[in-house]
Design a protein around this ligand. Sequence first.
Ligand SMILES: [Zn+2]
Ligand SMILES: [Zn+2]
Length: 273
Amino acid sequence: MEIILTGTGSPLPDAERAGPSTLVKAGDTQILVDAGRGTVMRLTGAGTFPIFLSGVLITHLHSDHLCALNDIITTHWVMGQGNMPLNIWGPPGIQQFVDRSLDALEPDIGYRIAHHEVLTRGPNVVVTEVGPGETFDINDVSITTAATMHAPVHPTVGYRLTHDGSVAALAGDTIPCDGLDTLCTDADAYVQTVIRADIVEQTDIPMMLDILDYHSSVVDAAQTAARNGVKKLVLTHLVPAPQPADYPAWIAQAQEHFEGEVIIGPDLTSVTI
Ligand SMILES: [Zn+2]
Ligand SMILES: [Zn+2]
């Protein structure tokens, strides 16, 4: 499997970092986890388009994790010339989000159907709502879900992808919890959205301080990785967004708690397992 960080940013806009999303290439199967700001642009940087996605997995309904879904739906529909299904999995509520997105796109859908003879119908989006403890397959990738903790955001799920003996855990926003441990057990790679709590704590901005109680810090992620025998810890959703010169400090903080490889980098950083 190849894991490509198609967006390492957060809700805070950043010229260099798209919103959170991660592309997993497992053989011929491409799966996108979350769809933050700029995802479709970054997919092109990763050498792909929405039409080549076998599935999109959404961890939760926070806007920074799915605001590019309308772009994915439209681009998939137009480039697929209208007939290919776009398969989306996510927690309860994702069906309504997609339905409302399609409602908002209704004028555009009408214009394009009127203009292009080949388009005879609107986007063919197939949504499956998943709870914790479910298992499903996308081609030859086996996926299990577990509940994560990001209160008051509820429900939230993380995904564990198994392909050809390799395991990738992709958690979304969460604090350490039993469900996260289940996802991460003996994983070859564990992708975690993180904040540097030690830096965020020093601000006096109430809305920044609020985020401390529902995200994993770098230390939390490293401890989760160590506790569960993870081989590679991959950091994303980086708050505050680091400069390359800052990477060693982030890695050193994780390595105080975790002996495996720690990966941090710009958008399109890639990890092979
Ligand atoms: Zn969130
Ligand atoms: Zn987030």
